[in-house]
Design a protein around this ligand. Structure first.
Ligand SMILES: [Zn+2]
Length: 112
C-alpha cells in the first residue's frame, strides 16, 4: 500500500505534470491552426507548414492522451488498487507512475 505521504507526493507531481501538458496542448493547438491557403508565405514554406502541421497534430494527440491518463490517475489515486501491478499485485515504482501515470503494471511485468 502506498503511504499517504507517497500519495500526496505523487499527487503533487501529477498536478505539476498536468500543468505542463496543458501548457503544451495550448501551444500545440496554436501551431495546428489551419494553414491559410493565401498566406504571403510562398509555396515551399506552405508545404513546410503543412508538414509541420501533421507533426504537431500527432504531438497534440499524444499530449491529449497523456493529459487524460494524468486525470484518470488523479481520480483513481485514492483507490486501494491504485499504484499496484495488475499482474503481480506488487506496488508500481513511484518514479514510473510519475512518468507514466497510465501504468497498470510494474516494470518487470510490463517487460514480459
Ligand atoms: Zn508486476
Amino acid at each position: 500500500m502506498m503511504t499517504n505521504e507517497e500519495k500526496s507526493q505523487l499527487k503533487e507531481k501529477l498536478e505539476q505534470e498536468k500543468a505542463k501538458v496543458e501548457k503544451r496542448i495550448t501551444s500545440l493547438k496554436d501551431l495546428t491552426k489551419s494553414v491559410e491557403p493565401d498566406n504571403a508565405i510562398g509555396r515551399v514554406s506552405r508545404m513546410d507548414a503543412i508538414n509541420n502541421k501533421s507533426v504537431n497534430d500527432a504531438a497534440l494527440r499524444t499530449a491529449q492522451n497523456k493529459l487524460q491518463s494524468i486525470e484518470n490517475a488523479l481520480q483513481d489515486i485514492d483507490d486501494e488498487e491504485f499504484g499496484h501491478c495488475k499482474r503481480c499485485g506488487k506496488p508500481i515504482q513511484m518514479g514510473r507512475l510519475v512518468i507514466m501515470p497510465e501504468s497498470t503494471k510494474c516494470v518487470k511485468c510490463a517487460q514480459l
